[in-house]
Design a binder for this molecule. Structure first.
Ligand code: SF4
Length: 361
């Protein structure tokens, strides 16, 4: 197995793919990596530096913490100030600044905030602490949404009355459509997310090729995976084709994972979600269905949310649309660093600003 896995970092394979990319690349093109994990893989492996002259790799809206709107962060902070509430969430979320505070600052001020690694950990915490109202903060795309659905279903089966979820989950197609249809942005092809596509399959991306003529390749996260995805995109651009293809065949089936999709559909319905940088996008978010409304934290607690103030001068919105690279933000590596983040793109391990800070300063 170790030998097989090492092939995904094999320099000979990588060199062959780099040669293909060089041979097939058009004079000028912009490829967007949609997923935050790809952003980090590309930066860590130095892939940006070996692209042909005229090829730009842009980062897109695929970091779930980064695209969570300030209003949602403020709502979670308001929830955490309610007596007897414990917020459970992933570590990155605790450091994201809201309008005037963050979960980490609230914890330092004595509020109850626990870091967990999955919604099922949060469910266990609720079982073990019946005296607390435990709220799980759900952010992410289809890779985590089925797990939240399972946690809510299980809570209902167990009759748990002290577990709810703040849902800020999103799906990708609407955000991609907002980007490819924006005439001020140039995106010629898309490096599509591997993990999300294990759940969704390729159907949600077909409109990109059919309606907008934009090729897309679903690929994995090792250096050879990413290079293979880029080489396949370059071949499509070279041949004038626009199709959705799968390079990550060891993880993704065309139809996705029907069991996980059914779990999402049972518990959630789609709704308009507000994305940082992209604004409200119809159908791009998830809302808990009325049959499970007792597990909706906002429905149960009706938090009083303070007026939203966007971080001054932060260009996260433009970074997430691929309109600028992080270095074009005046705060980058000056007033904004991972130790003192101004916006979420510097907080999240998958954020573009954090990746640029770590690899391209
Ligand atoms: Fe926002 Fe900081 Fe990134 Fe600038 S460098 S866009 S302030 S997160």
């Amino acid at each position: 197995l170790t030998r097989d896995l090492s092939q995904f970092k094999n320099p000979e394979l990588a060199k062959g793919l780099i040669d293909s990319i060089q041979a097939l690349a058009p004079e000028s093109c912009a490829l967007m990596e949609v997923c935050g994990t790809h952003t980090v893989s590309i930066a860590r492996a130095g892939i940006r530096a070996i692209m042909p002259e005229g090829t730009r790799l842009l980062s897109g809206p695929g970091c779930p913490v980064c695209v969570t709107a300030n209003r949602d962060i403020d709502t979670v902070i308001a929830l955490c100030r309610i007596p007897d509430v414990t917020i459970t969430t992933f570590g990155d979320m605790t450091r994201v600044p809201g309008s005037t505070s963050s979960l980490l600052a609230e914890k330092a001020a004595g509020r109850s905030v626990e870091i967990v690694y999955s919604p099922l950990d949060a469910l266990r915490y609720a079982q073990e602490h019946p005296e607390r109202q435990v709220i799980f903060v759900g952010v992410g795309f289809e890779t985590t949404t089925p797990l939240i659905a399972m946690a809510i279903r299980r809570a209902k089966q167990m009759g748990l009355t002290n577990f709810t979820v703040f849902v800020a989950h999103k799906n990708m197609p609407g955000a991609l459509e907002a980007i490819v249809s924006d005439p001020s942005l140039q995106v010629d092809a898309l490096i599509l997310p591997g993990h999300v596509s294990t759940i969704t399959g390729m159907a949600p991306y077909q409109f990109l090729a059919e309606r907008y003529g934009i090729p897309g390749v679903i690929t994995g996260f090792e250096p050879v995976d990413v290079l293979q995805g880029i080489a396949m995109l370059m071949r499509q651009l070279h041949e004038g084709r626009a199709e959705i293809e799968i390079a990550y065949t060891r993880g993704v089936r065309a139809e996705g994972n029907p069991v996980a999709l059914a779990a999402i559909d049972e518990v959630f319905e789609t709704c308009t979600a507000t994305w940082r940088g992209l604004g409200p996008i119809p159908g791009s978010g998830y809302h808990i269905r009325p049959e499970f409304a007792e597990f909706d934290a906002v429905e149960r607690f009706h938090p009083e949310v303070e007026p939203t103030i966007e971080p001054r001068g932060c260009r996260c919105g433009d970074v997430l649309r691929g309109a600028i690279t992080p270095k074009a933000c005046p705060h980058f590596n000056r007033s904004c660093t991972p130790e003192n983040p101004v916006g979420p793109c510097m907080v999240s391990s998958e954020g573009s600003c954090a990746a640029y800070y770590r690899y391209y300063r």
